[in-house]
Design a protein. Structure first.
Lengths: 157, 163
C-alpha cells in the first residue's frame, strides 16, 4: 500500500499538483473544494432543518429540488478531493483523521439518499415529518459538522 | 498607525491565546466553515428564489431560512475577528483580505438597499409569481459577492502571506 502511495506521489501529475506556482493549480482546486462544501452541506442543512420543523412555510414537496444541487456539490468535491489526495497521498493516505472524514462523508451521502427517498414519498405534505425521518435529518446535520471538522484538522497533521 | 494597532492587538490575552493554543485556531476554522455552509445554504436559497428559480415557493416562505444565513454570518464575523486579533500582521498587508472586506461590504449594502426599497413588495409576492428585474439583480449581486468573499478568504494564503 505504501509503495503504491509513494509511486503516486512520485508521479509528474502529483508533483505538479503539489508544486506548481500557478494560481490555477492547488489554490483553485482548494477554492472549488470549499465551494462544493458550501453547496452540498448548505443545501443539505436547509433540508435537514425544514424536516426538523423549521421554516414550515416552505412546502415539504419542494425540498426534493435541493438534491440536484447537493449532488453537484458532492461531485465537485469528489473530483477536487481526489486531486487534493493525488497531490499529497503518503500523508493523507496514512492519516486517521482523513479516514474518519471519508467515513463521515460516505454515511452523510447515504443519509442524503435515504432522506430523498422519504421526501419523494411526500410524507411531509400533510404534516410534520415522522420521528424516523427527523432522526435521519438530525444525524445528517451532525455528521456534516464532523466531516467539516475532520477536513480542517487534516491541515494540522 | 497600522503598525501600532498590530503591536497593541498582539499584546492582548485573546491574541496570545489564539496563537499559543493548539486547539483554538483549528476550532475557530471549523466554526468558520460551518458558518460558510449555513450562509451559502441560506442566502443561496433566497438568492435563487429572487433570481426567479423555485417559483412554486413564495418569497416570504423562502425568507424563513434567512435566520440561518444570519447565524452563519454572525459565527463568521466572531471567528473572523478572532483570526484578525490572533495574527493581525498576516491580514493587514494582505491584498486578498481587502478583497474579502470589499465584497463583504458589497453584500451588506446590497441587502440593506434591497430590504429598505423592496422589503414590503417582496413579502407580498405570491407563490408562482415571477420576480421583477430589481429582485433578480439583488439576488445575483448577493450570490456573486458572497462567492467572492469565499474566494478571497480561501486565497488569503496564496495572494498574500496568511497561513
Amino acid at each position: 500500500m505504501m509503495e503504491l502511495l509513494q509511486a503516486l506521489e512520485g508521479s509528474a501529475f502529483s508533483t505538479w499538483l503539489r508544486e506548481s506556482p500557478s494560481i490555477w493549480a492547488y489554490p483553485t482546486i482548494l477554492t472549488l473544494h470549499t465551494v462544493g462544501l458550501g453547496v452540498l452541506v448548505g443545501a443539505n442543512w436547509m433540508v435537514d432543518l425544514r424536516v426538523l420543523g423549521f421554516a414550515r412555510a416552505i412546502p415539504g414537496s419542494v425540498l426534493t429540488r435541493a438534491f440536484p444541487m447537493m449532488w453537484a456539490g458532492f461531485w465537485l468535491n469528489a473530483v477536487t478531493g481526489a486531486l487534493l489526495f493525488v497531490g499529497d497521498p503518503t500523508t493523507k493516505g496514512t492519516t486517521a483523521v482523513f479516514m474518519w472524514k471519508l467515513v463521515m462523508v460516505a454515511v452523510g451521502v447515504a443519509l442524503m439518499i435515504a432522506l430523498k427517498r422519504r421526501l419523494y414519498g411526500r410524507e411531509m405534505d400533510t404534516g410534520p415529518a415522522s420521528a424516523g425521518v427527523k432522526a435521519i435529518a438530525a444525524t445528517s446535520l451532525v455528521l456534516w459538522i464532523g466531516a467539516i471538522g475532520a477536513g480542517r484538522w487534516m491541515a494540522y497533521v | 498607525m497600522s503598525e501600532a494597532l498590530v503591536v497593541w492587538l498582539k499584546a492582548t490575552p485573546v491574541s496570545e491565546a489564539m496563537r499559543t493554543s493548539q486547539f483554538i485556531w483549528p476550532i475557530c476554522e471549523t466554526l468558520h466553515f460551518i458558518g460558510l455552509a449555513l450562509l451559502i445554504g441560506g442566502a443561496g436559497l433566497i438568492d435563487l428564489r429572487l433570481m426567479g428559480f423555485l417559483k412554486s415557493v413564495s418569497v416570504s416562505a423562502v425568507m424563513q431560512v434567512r435566520k440561518w444565513a444570519a447565524l452563519g454570518i454572525a459565527i463568521n464575523v466572531v471567528t473572523g475577528v478572532l483570526f484578525f486579533v490572533g495574527a493581525p500582521d498576516q491580514y493587514i498587508e494582505n491584498p486578498a483580505w481587502y478583497g474579502k472586506l470589499l465584497f463583504l461590504a458589497v453584500a451588506i449594502v446590497n441587502v440593506v438597499i434591497f430590504e429598505t426599497t423592496q422589503g414590503d413588495r417582496m413579502l407580498r409576492l405570491p407563490p408562482g409569481e415571477k420576480t421583477p428585474i430589481s429582485f433578480k439583480l439583488a439576488g445575483a449581486v448577493s450570490m456573486g459577492s458572497w462567492l467572492l468573499v469565499l474566494y478571497f478568504g480561501r486565497m488569503l494564503p496564496f495572494l498574500g502571506n496568511a497561513f
